[in-house]
Design a protein around this ligand. Structure first.
Ligand code: 2P0
Length: 326
C-alpha cells in the first residue's frame, strides 16, 4: 500500500449537561444524555500516516513518544478504522494540544475525535460523519461530541453524537479558569467506574440527569440564559455529588475551584449573566454572555489560585487541514 496521510484539527468541548457513567462498559455507551459546547480556542491537531514500512502503531503526543495505555487506546481506534477499510498497515500518529493535557480540560475529547477523523481521511474511507463520531465515542464518549461544532448532544446509550445548533446559534463565551497545570490523579474512565460501583448517589445521578439534559437543551435552543444557568450548574454539581459520595471519595475540587464558584455567584448577584461548570479536574469553566466577558474575566483573574484564564467562542466541526504545524 502507498503511504496514506491526513492531518485533522478537532476542538475540545465542554459539557453543559454532563456525561458520567456507562450503560455498557465493553461498548463504551454512556448511561446518561449529555450536551456540550465545542470551543474555538482549544484545539488538537493530529497527523495520521499509514505506512507499510511500520512494524507497529506509533504515537507521539506533544513531541513525546507514548507507550502503554495511551498507545493501546490509539491503536484500538486505528484497528477499528483498518478493519473498516480492509487494510492491515500500521500508522504513525503525531498529535499536539494547544491547551493543558489530562487535567480535566477535555483533551481526550478533541484528541480521539481528531484521531478518528484523520485515520478515516488518511485511508479515504467514504463513511458519514456519524460513523466518525461513533468511532470516536468507542474510544472516549465525550470525543463523539467533538466531531461536531457548536452545541452537540450525545444521547444515553447513543452510538454517535448529533448537532443541536451550529456555533453561530448563540455567541456565548466560555472562560476557563485554569487552577493547575499538572495531570490529574484519576482519569475519567476509572473515576466514573469507581463512582458507579461505590457511590450510593450514582443511581440518583443517573435517574435525574435526563431531566437536566432536557432542561439544558431547551434553554440552549431558546437562547435563554436565565434557564440554562441553574440547569447547567445543577448538572455539574449533581455529577460531582455522586463522585463525592464514592468510597473512597473522588474529589476533583481544589480550594481555587470553590473560590471561582464563589466569584461566579457574586458576579451573578451583581447582574452578570454567567454560570459555571466543572469537569473531572480542578478547573472551572464559566459560560458568559458576550457583553459581560471583560468583567467576568477580570473577576476570575483576581481569584487566588487562578493561574490564567482561557477564553473561547463556540467552535467548528473537526476538519482536515493541510499540514501538521512543526
Ligand atoms: C463530559 N466528562 O460530559 C464529562 C463531564 C468529564 C466530566 O466526558 O471513559 O474521557 O473515555 O468515555 O469521555 C470525560 O469522560 O470518558 C467526560 P470515557 P471521557 O464531558
Amino acid at each position: 500500500m502507498n503511504e496514506k496521510r491526513a492531518v485533522v484539527r478537532a476542538h475540545a468541548n465542554i459539557a453543559l449537561a454532563k456525561y458520567w457513567g456507562k450503560a455498557d462498559i465493553a461498548r463504551n455507551l454512556p448511561a446518561v444524555p449529555s450536551l456540550s459546547l465545542t470551543l474555538e480556542n482549544m484545539r488538537t491537531t493530529t497527523e495520521v500516516w499509514f505506512s507499510s514500512e511500520l512494524a507497529a502503531d506509533e504515537l507521539v503526543l506533544g513531541g513525546k513518544p507514548q507507550l502503554g495505555k495511551p498507545l493501546a487506546r490509539a491503536a484500538k481506534l486505528l484497528s477499528e478504522v483498518r478493519a473498516l477499510a480492509g487494510v492491515d498497515t500500521f500508522a504513525r500518529v503525531r498529535s499536539h494540544n494547544d491547551f493543558p493535557t489530562a487535567s480535566g480540560l477535555a483533551s481526550s475529547a478533541s484528541g480521539f475525535a481528531a484521531l478518528a477523523l484523520a485515520a478515516v481521511r488518511a485511508l479515504d474511507l467514504p463513511v458519514p460523519v456519524e460513523r466518525v463520531s461513533a468511532l470516536s465515542r468507542a474510544a472516549s464518549a465525550s470525543a463523539a461530541r467533538s466531531v461536531f461544532g457548536g452545541f452537540v448532544e450525545l444521547g444515553a446509550s447513543a452510538e454517535s453524537a448529533a448537532r443541536v445548533a451550529p456555533p453561530e446559534h448563540w455567541p456565548l463565551c466560555m472562560l476557563v479558569a485554569v487552577t493547575s497545570e499538572v495531570a490529574k490523579d484519576t482519569g475519567s474512565t476509572d473515576g466514573m467506574q469507581h463512582t458507579a460501583s461505590t457511590s450510593p448517589y450514582y443511581p440518583a445521578w443517573v435517574a435525574d440527569a435526563p431531566r437536566l439534559f432536557t432542561e439544558v437543551k431547551a434553554a440552549v435552543l431558546a437562547k435563554d440564559f436565565a434557564r440554562l444557568a441553574p440547569a447547567a450548574e445543577q448538572s455539574a454539581l449533581a455529577m460531582h455529588a455522586s463522585m463525592l459520595a464514592a468510597s473512597p471519595a473522588l474529589i476533583y475540587f481544589r480550594p481555587a475551584t470553590l473560590a471561582v464558584i464563589e466569584a461566579v455567584r457574586a458576579a451573578r448577584r451583581s447582574g452578570v449573566a454567567a454560570c459555571f461548570t466543572i469537569d473531572a479536574g480542578p478547573h472551572v469553566k464559566v459560560l458568559v454572555e458576550p457583553q459581560h466577558v471583560a468583567a467576568m474575566k477580570r473577576a476570575l483573574s483576581d481569584v487566588e489560585g487562578v493561574l490564567r484564564v482561557l477564553e473561547s467562542t463556540p467552535g467548528p466541526d473537526a476538519a482536515q487541514i493541510a499540514e501538521f504545524p512543526e
